[in-house]
Design a protein around this ligand. Structure first.
Ligand code: CUP
Length: 151
């Protein structure tokens, strides 16, 4: 079995607690991303003015966080067969939101920590998540290039 398939499976083994409450975990991920990397909050005009202390209770932050994690769940379950999922996602993040590639690396590290704390993802599982996201991010980058967005 190729290692990357074992990596998808290892992350999916801890996905249950995340999937059980995308809204709560999505808010935790974005609140932590914006707290640890303040520039990322400015990427979203709707969120830019929210004080750090109010992020945890903000419904729009929770809603986008839920969207992000649902999408990641779809990607994990596709186990690399994700071209049709990634294409529209890359398109909107390149042309509408203008999210540079590095932000996907930052959010990967935040998701690894939140999954460690909330879903028991151990060090090997966190590395598996990084390996999976390396593939996802490389494919987003290929889409970005095609769209002429340097990312
Ligand atoms: O969907 C969405 O919205 C996205 C999600 C994803 C992608 C890729 C992979 C995974 C997931 N997003 Cu939005 C993302 C992001 C954000 O928001 C921010 C920052 C970074 C990233």
């Amino acid at each position: 079995l190729p290692q990357i398939m074992a990596d998808f499976d290892m992350v999916l083994k801890c996905w249950g607690p995340v999937e059980a409450d995308y809204t709560t975990h999505g808010n935790l991920v974005l609140t932590r991303l914006f707290t640890e990397h303040p520039d990322t909050q400015k990427l979203f005009p709707n969120f830019a003015g929210i004080p750090l202390g109010d992020l945890a209770g903000n419904g729009a932050v929770s809603a986008h966080g839920a969207t992000v994690l649902k999408k990641l769940g779809d990607l994990l379950k596709a186990k690399g067969n994700h071209a049709t999922i990634l294409k529209p996602l890359a398109h909107s993040h390149a042309t509408k939101h203008k999210i540079a590639i590095n932000n996907f690396r930052l959010i990967t590290e935040v998701i690894a920590k939140v999954m460690e704390e909330r879903a028991g993802l151990d060090a090997a599982g966190q590395q598996a998540l990084r390996n999976v996201m390396d593939v996802v991010i490389a494919d987003i980058q290929a889409n970005y290039k095609e769209l002429g967005f340097e990312g």
